[in-house]
Design a protein. Structure first.
Lengths: 162, 182
């Protein structure tokens, strides 16, 4: 059997998850890294650990975790003293909806860990368990973090008291 | 249902992290409680608005590059090479240790291995195989301590059917001494 055949499952995973991972990298880290390069390095590292791929309950979460680690390492290698990016990178289309604009500001003002957790759930569609694997935190922490975040956003949308 | 539990359930429902049957139970509960239903609706609208604010994945983005087949294959080959190197290093270490032990044995620094079978067929000496120290015999009262050589020798002799020999009585002219005359 050709050795390349053993890599076919990884090629299938690439077709299935590369758009989501790339979107996550672009929005999470913006222009501070080359998202395409990080995506390719992610799958190269996945190829170097086929046993971990076979054991992973959620290949998507595992790939997201590798991508995140590769991106963080890349940013730290280039600028070791700079903090990790906190702002949302991709600008949204203009919206006349005032509530949506307030929500954007409220989301942008969230702490990094809360915003990242919220993004992984609402934008990237990861389950609680997958988010826990990506961020290396307990599932209970994911759940409570999301709950706190939603409460904060509810408060932010509430009209100011006269 | 207490307020905290209801709040957590509504959050999970709004975040889409609730099983269908549990969601149905919650909806049935909310139908009976207008106040709770209003809070659930507000939570759901907040989450929907947050989802819109974050934008959908890949909206307006360039498609991902082609699958990096060559890079992935190179990484897999590198991993296989590392695995082979580790096995070769382990084998080399085993061979070096074995050769070192063999050299030590052949140079006489280590005693050769003697199998139990070869010991069983060796001619048994008639007396203790080693000279006993009179000082040691006096120290244990002449009877031989539990771990004394004399006691050990007597046990061996008894097992072979010979009468016990007190190591303190053994003299060069003793009948039981090797080559002695009665």
């Amino acid at each position: 059997m050709h050795r390349g055949d053993a890599m076919e499952p990884l090629a299938d995973l690439y077709r299935e998850h590369a758009p989501g991972i790339l979107g996550y990298l672009r929005r999470r880290f913006g222009r501070r890294l080359c998202a395409d390069e990080v995506l390719q390095e992610t799958f190269a590292q996945a190829a170097a650990r086929p046993d971990r791929l076979a054991e992973a309950e959620s290949p998507r979460a595992w790939l997201f975790a590798i991508a995140r680690n590769v991106a963080v390492r890349d940013i730290r290698r280039r600028r070791p003293a700079a903090p990790l990016p906190e702002d949302l990178a991709a600008p949204l289309p203009d919206e006349a909806d005032l509530r949506l604009e307030r929500m954007r500001r409220a989301v942008a003002s969230l702490p990094v860990e809360k915003r990242e957790t919220l993004e992984l759930r609402l934008r990237d569609g990861l389950t609680y368990d997958e988010i826990a694997r990506v961020l290396c935190i307990p599932v209970g922490t994911v759940r409570s973090r999301l709950h706190h975040t939603v409460r904060e956003l509810c408060e932010a949308l509430r009209p100011p008291q006269p | 249902m207490n307020a905290e539990t209801l709040d957590r359930l509504m959050m999970d429902r709004a975040l889409g992290a609730m099983e269908g049957d549990v969601a149905a139970l919650l909806d049935a509960y909310l139908e009976a409680s207008p106040q709770a239903a209003a809070r659930a609706r507000q939570t759901r609208e907040t989450v929907d608005l947050a989802r819109r604010a974050l934008g959908s994945p890949g909206a307006g983005d360039a498609p991902p590059p082609a699958y990096p087949r060559l890079r992935v294959q190179a990484a897999a080959r590198a991993r296989r090479r590392r695995g082979l190197l580790k096995q070769a290093a382990a084998l080399a270490a085993v061979l070096v240790i074995g050769a070192a032990l063999g050299a030590l044995v052949s140079s006489g620094r280590l005693p050769p291995k003697v199998s139990p079978r070869s010991v069983a067929f060796l001619p048994q000496p008639e007396g203790p195989p080693w000279p006993l120290s009179a000082a040691v015999a006096r120290a244990d009262g002449g009877e031989g301590g539990f771990w004394s050589a004399g006691r050990l020798w007597n046990r061996r002799s008894q097992a072979a059917g010979a009468p016990p020999v007190s190591p303190l009585r053994r003299t060069p002219n003793s009948a039981q001494a090797p080559g002695g005359e009665s």
